[in-house]
Design a protein around this ligand. Structure first.
Ligand SMILES: O=C(CO)[C@@H](O)[C@H](O)COP(=O)(O)O
Ligand SMILES: [Fe+2]
Length: 227
């Protein structure tokens, strides 16, 4: 089953609680944390995540685009995040960090920027609950989907299936009604969508439409045959 995670980066930051309610029914709420060092943009931090986790029943999927996640990621678990994603390019000790996130009670995930290959991380995959393949350069919402990431999604899915892992495969960036099926066909099962959801007239309906498209594609995808 596909999971759809609306990204509040495309929401109105002055009305975050209402914007979270507008997508009730979504699997997770995707929260982009940017520090203006790892990426050239600045968004929100631990106190906002804490408030948001009290304001919504939808679990929070925190995507940390920050330097020194080894120091900061555990604080996002304490703030109420159900899933915490750190970037492979930023983590000093990704295995230790993933174990710490899990030990604190959240799902541990690692993200790869477009130019970062998955193969060097093959042995590390069992330490993770989710791998995020970025389909835009991280930093901003509303960018065009990078088609050239489809082979990496495919290779990641092959690695996951080869090792019989339960790992979720998330894609983030430019996911919309016109790109979600290609992502699902390549092997993704968790889909972040910012502008495609919050830019829609009815965000909750946009989530349902995206989920229906992804579910239909996954049902007939060869990679999901024995799922
Ligand atoms: O992490 C990021 C951007 O760095 C994303 O989560 C974006 O917020 C997705 O927005 P859209 O591309 O779907 O508009
Ligand atoms: Fe994100």
């Amino acid at each position: 089953m596909a999971q759809i995670n609306p990204s509040i980066l495309s929401a109105d930051f002055a009305r975050l609680a209402e914007e979270a309610k507008a997508v009730e029914g979504a699997d997770w709420l995707h929260v982009d944390v940017m520090d203006n060092h790892f990426v050239p943009n600045l968004t929100l931090g631990v106190p906002v995540v804490e408030s948001l986790s009290r304001a919504t029943g939808t679990p929070l999927d925190c995507h940390l685009m920050i330097e020194d996640p080894d120091r900061w990621a555990p604080q996002y678990v304490e703030a109420g995040a159900g899933s915490v994603t750190f970037h492979a390019e930023a983590a000093a000790a990704p295995v230790r960090l993933a174990r710490e996130i899990r030990a604190k009670g959240a799902r541990a995930a690692m993200a790869l920027k477009p130019a970062t290959p998955v193969e060097p991380y093959e042995d590390l995959l069992p330490e993770l609950d989710m791998l995020l393949v970025m389909t835009v350069e991280p930093g901003f919402g509303g960018q065009a989907f990078l088609d050239i990431m489809l082979p990496k999604i495919r290779r990641t899915r092959e690695l996951i299936n080869k090792h019989g892992l339960e790992l979720w495969l998330q894609v983030d960036g430019g996911v919309s009604e016109s790109t979600i099926e290609r992502c699902a066909e390549a092997g993704a099962d968790v889909f972040v969508a910012g502008s495609a959801v919050y830019g829609a007239e009815d965000p909750a309906q946009a989530v349902r439409t995206l989920r229906r498209q992804a579910d239909r594609t996954i049902a007939s995808a060869p990679w999901a045959c024995n799922h």
